[in-house]
Ligand binder design. Structure first.
Ligand code: SF4
Length: 445
């Protein structure tokens, strides 16, 4: 493991910059793919998730593909793109709001009006009713959620249509419907004597609108990494067991924190009959965990935690609950991106944090908090490769198109799906309302 020397906070500020320096041999360290310094349009012609953590995950046949970006954007320098984005935003004024996810590259985040997690950002868009265009610099399911919760006159734009999420894609509607039918054969569909349904479906926010609609239609609910425990409590008040998708780790970590033994949380493999379980195992189950995971968060290991503690005795280890259970067990605390941000803000100066979440957020926190020592548990630089596809070239293209009166890359959810998904989201809000994202207005972008 490389020694973590105190570094210039400005060097931490951009993962892209760090990758370029590593590739050029001007900085020590390594990345998970030498292709990370290439522009995303190099990869957009290839079905897949692009360079980085999720590049080897299979992509569904019907995943959106991005058309070719006009050459003027592909050839422009970083400085040119930066200036064009500023000019287009200035021309559009209040007509546009740009949302930047926590995991987005800094070259994009600096142009965002709000920065936050997916649900914070979807809600933040509601605070800008004058904005006729919402440019969501995140991934596909996030743009869908923003379209569901935004006003009818607002158009949601995803700068690169190929910015999907490998975890969300691991639970497809057909596979979940097939699972549901198998569960109905075992448990029936009638409400039990105690008033509980046999199974309550719970989907993580990181899922398609179609799946959110599925849970809305079947008495289920959406959860985030912040409110998964409260959502499970809601579900167990209404059902005998839970089908949790797509992220097995969030489901397992949350279920175990509620005291549910691992034997009662079997994994459902959609490629096997009964999900790879016996009928008896399913009859004992309290939570059925879908076989999904985040390619970024599953990179974190107990060995990384041990090394961080050896190097920095007293370091506080915080990991995201999308990490595997043994990693969450070994950490000092686990929580959502919002939890991590707040924990660091509240710590006394001189604190040391070893963080297990996406590198762009960790590097940004390190830059924003020079009073602390903050580093990523994974010494290899490996950003979320789907977020990474939102290159400034795409942001400049969608904004300048808007200036010219042309809406490109609009994400729409059909009204029936939106209505059913809205039911599942409203149930979540009734359990645990969320604050909106932090505005970056006034940061001089
Ligand atoms: S970090 Fe993981 S869950 Fe989040 S968008 Fe990337 S692949 Fe999906």
């Amino acid at each position: 493991m490389p020694t973590r020397e105190p570094t210039d906070p400005r060097e931490h500020a951009s993962v892209d910059r760090a990758l370029q320096l590593i590739t050029a041999g001007a900085r020590a360290g390594s990345s998970c793919s030498s292709s990370l310094t290439e522009d995303p349009w190099t990869f957009d012609a290839i079905p897949g998730y692009g360079p980085g953590a999720s590049m080897s995950d299979p992509i569904p046949d019907d995943a959106p593909r991005q058309g070719s970006l006009p050459p003027e954007y592909r050839k422009a320098t970083d400085e040119e793109l930066h200036g064009r984005i500023l000019a287009a935003k200035a021309a559009l004024g209040e007509r546009v709001v740009v949302l930047g996810h926590f995991y987005q590259r800094d070259e994009i985040v600096q142009h965002a009006d709000f920065v936050g997690d997916s649900f914070q950002l979807a809600n933040a868009a509601r605070t800008r009713p004058a904005a006729e265009a919402i440019v969501f610099c995140g991934v596909h399911f996030m743009a869908e959620t923003a379209d569901i919760v935004s006003a009818p006159h607002q158009k949601v734009i995803l700068p690169n249509l190929a910015a999907g999420c490998s975890m969300a894609d691991m639970a497809e509607l057909d596979a979940v419907t097939d699972c549901w039918e198998q569960l109905e054969e075992i448990f029936g569909s009638a409400t039990h004597r105690d008033g509980c349904a046999p199974v309550i479906p719970v989907t993580y926010m990181n899922s398609s609108a179609a799946l959110k609609a599925f849970v809305g239609e079947h008495g289920g609910i959406v959860c985030t990494s912040s409110n998964a425990d409260a959502v499970l409590e809601w579900a167990f008040e209404r059902g005998q067991r839970v089908l949790f998708f797509p992220d097995q780790h969030l489901g397992r970590n949350t279920g175990r924190a509620r005291g549910i033994p691992l034997t009662q949380m079997p994994l459902w493999n959609p490629h096997l009959p009964l999900g790879g379980n016996t009928r008896e195992q399913l009859l004992e189950a309290r939570i059925l965990l879908w076989h999904g995971f985040c390619s970024v968060h599953r990179r974190f290991t107990v060995d990384q935690i041990d090394r961080a503690r050896a190097e920095y005795p007293g370091a506080h280890v915080i990991v995201h609950p999308e990490c595997p259970m043994e990693v969450v067990d070994a950490a000092d605390s686990a929580g959502s991106t919002d939890f991590i941000v707040k924990a660091i803000s509240a710590a006394p100066p001189g604190s040391v944090f070893a963080i297990g979440t996406e590198i762009n957020l960790v590097q940004r926190l390190a830059a924003e908090h020079p009073e602390h020592t903050i580093f990523c548990l994974d010494p290899v630089i490996c950003p979320c490769s789907t977020m990474y596809r939102i290159h400034p070239g795409y942001l400049a293209w969608v904004l300048e198109s808007l200036v010219e009166g042309d809406t490109v890359n609009r994400i729409t959810v059909d009204p029936d799906t939106a209505e059913k998904a809205g039911v599942a989201l409203e149930r979540m809000l009734s359990v645990a309302p969320r604050p909106i994202a932090g505005s970056t207005s006034g940061k001089g972008n």
